[in-house]
Design a protein around this ligand. Structure first.
Ligand code: HEC
Length: 451
């Protein structure tokens, strides 16, 4: 399928402004007939848009019926021709991903012709039936649903983080096959991260180093699809494990903007222990120091697999200054392969990119994550170009994380999978500090401090 690229849109826009004289759409309306809702538009919206554009989902309006979509016709044309909809940020030159919602040139052309003809319905009796979303959950019927206690997002809140311990009713160890996370107050929820922790963990245990003892299940943000793990793979969820949500609420403060949220995670389990375990790797650079006005701050981190590994997906995570992120594999023979390139990162869309073909890489493969931050006035999302920006939880601070779900192809290696990778420069510093401490602290002292 020919996919229209974001770069393609930009080039097209440049060309058409350069030509200047030609009014838009003349080529489309002249030779091809009018498109109708029934024949042309409904099928493409059902395929690419209504996962979000239906009641109860993140998008502001439903596009399930002609009457609902009709008033949005021009706005739909603008959104698809500028490339703002559907949201998708991977450079198509690298990788082929599942759930890629981008429209083909033909589909965009059909929308242009439809709008030019006055957005006609056509023969509605011949329109395809709107997809039914009979289950409340897109993953189907879950085995377990954990819902947090109601949390009130006040009218005054703008940027608010809340750690919430969620009651876990699981009665035996089980293996997660897939999950879906859903806030109930979509208008105020920005993201959720869901973790498992040892049973005795309380809220106080999860800050700082405690976070390293937690297992990450996954997260939610607008546009994030439910996760279904590859056949035969699962993530262990011990009975009685403590379940934590990190909720981030983000909205414009003001009267009537508040609401009550009860985010829930729905989980499907394997019937029995699956053949293979998987986990999440965080490739992070926690030592960000982005100067005021800097338009191209480079940050990087990497992880080298000690064994042959299978990589399932990539999730770039930065905040408002995030500009671009790239995942590159360097194989033991020195060859390089760009696995995911997001040249125009947008904080509003925390998307996960899952390669269509299973990615298996040999032992010794290095996965490097390179990120670029823009702290200049050029970045329209930048809340304050005069600030030096460092790592922090708030949207106005920064983060640099490349998430990957991965596993090893050999089951024998799967009980000892690392979950966090920091940049080499930091590792060196940490080694030096450890070395220094060893010299200044006699070993006896170090082991004496048992709690
Ligand atoms: C991943 C979820 C998602 C998908 C898929 C998606 N949208 Fe959207 N759409 C949204 C959200 C959320 C907004 C509101 C964005 C905002 O307020 O910034 C939006 C906004 C829009 C708007 C602008 C509404 C306005 O206020 O002007 C249009 C038009 C639109 N979408 C059309 C489409 C079309 C057409 C498709 C499919 C080709 C599509 N969208 C696919 C989530 C989605």
């Amino acid at each position: 399928m020919l996919k229209k690229t974001l770069l393609g849109f930009a080039l097209l826009a440049l060309v058409s402004t350069a030509i200047g004289a030609a009014p838009p759409n003349t080529t489309n309306t002249a030779d091809a007939g009018a498109a109708t809702w029934a024949d042309d538009i409904a099928p493409l919206l059902y395929e690419n848009c209504v996962t979000c554009h239906r009641p109860g989902q993140v998008a502001p309006m439903s596009l399930l019926s002609y009457n609902e979509a009709r008033p949005w016709a021009k706005s739909i044309r603008n959104a698809v021709s500028t490339g703002t909809m559907p949201p998708w940020f991977a450079n198509p030159a690298h990788g082929d991903f599942v759930e890629d919602p981008r429209l083909t040139d033909k589909q965009i052309d059909a929308i242009n012709r439809w709008v030019a003809a006055g957005a006609p319905a056509g023969d509605l009796s011949k329109a395809p039936e709107a997809p039914s979303f009979d289950s409340e959950w897109r993953i189907g019927t879950p085995d377990l649903v954990l819902t947090m206690k109601p949390f009130t997002v006040t009218d005054e809140m703008e940027d608010h983080y809340e750690w919430i311990k969620v009651e876990n009713t699981l009665d035996r160890d089980r293996w997660i096959k897939g999950f879906e996370i859903k806030p109930s107050f979509m208008a105020g929820a920005h993201h959720n991260l869901t973790y498992l922790a040892p049973a005795e963990f309380g809220i106080g245990d999860i800050q700082g180093i405690g976070r390293m003892k937690m297992d990450y299940i996954g997260g939610w943000a607008p546009g994030v699809m439910p996760a279904e793990y590859a056949e035969g793979y699962g993530q262990l969820m011990p009975a009685n494990s403590a379940v934590f949500f990190q909720m981030h609420y983000h909205k414009t403060p003001g009267p009537g903007t508040g609401g009550v949220d009860q985010t829930a995670v729905a989980i499907q389990f394997h019937d029995e222990e699956p053949e293979n375990k998987l986990t999440t790797m965080w490739i992070v650079d926690p030592v960000l120091n982005i100067p005021p006005g800097e338009a191209n701050y480079q940050s990087g981190s990497e992880y080298t697999f000690p064994h042959e590994a299978v990589v399932f997906d990539f999730t770039p995570h930065m905040h408002l200054r995030g500009k671009a992120m790239k995942f590159t594999a360097t194989y033991p023979d020195g060859k390089e392969d760009v696995l995911l390139d997001v040249p125009n990162y947008d904080f509003n869309w925390q998307l996960t990119y899952t390669p269509k073909e299973r990615l298996v890489v040999p032992a010794g493969t290095k996965i490097a994550v390179a990120a670029v931050f823009d702290n200049s006035t050029e970045n329209e999302a930048n809340p304050d170009p005069n600030r030096t920006v460092t790592w922090g939880e708030k949207t106005t601070d920064e983060m640099m994380i490349g998430f990957m779900h991965y596993s090893y192809t050999d089951r024998a290696n799967q009980d000892d999978m690392e979950t966090h990778a920091v940049p080499p420069k930091l590792r060196e510093q940490m080694e030096k500090m450890r070395e220094l401490r060893r010299k200044t602290d006699p070993p006896a002292k170090e082991s004496a401090g048992e709690r």
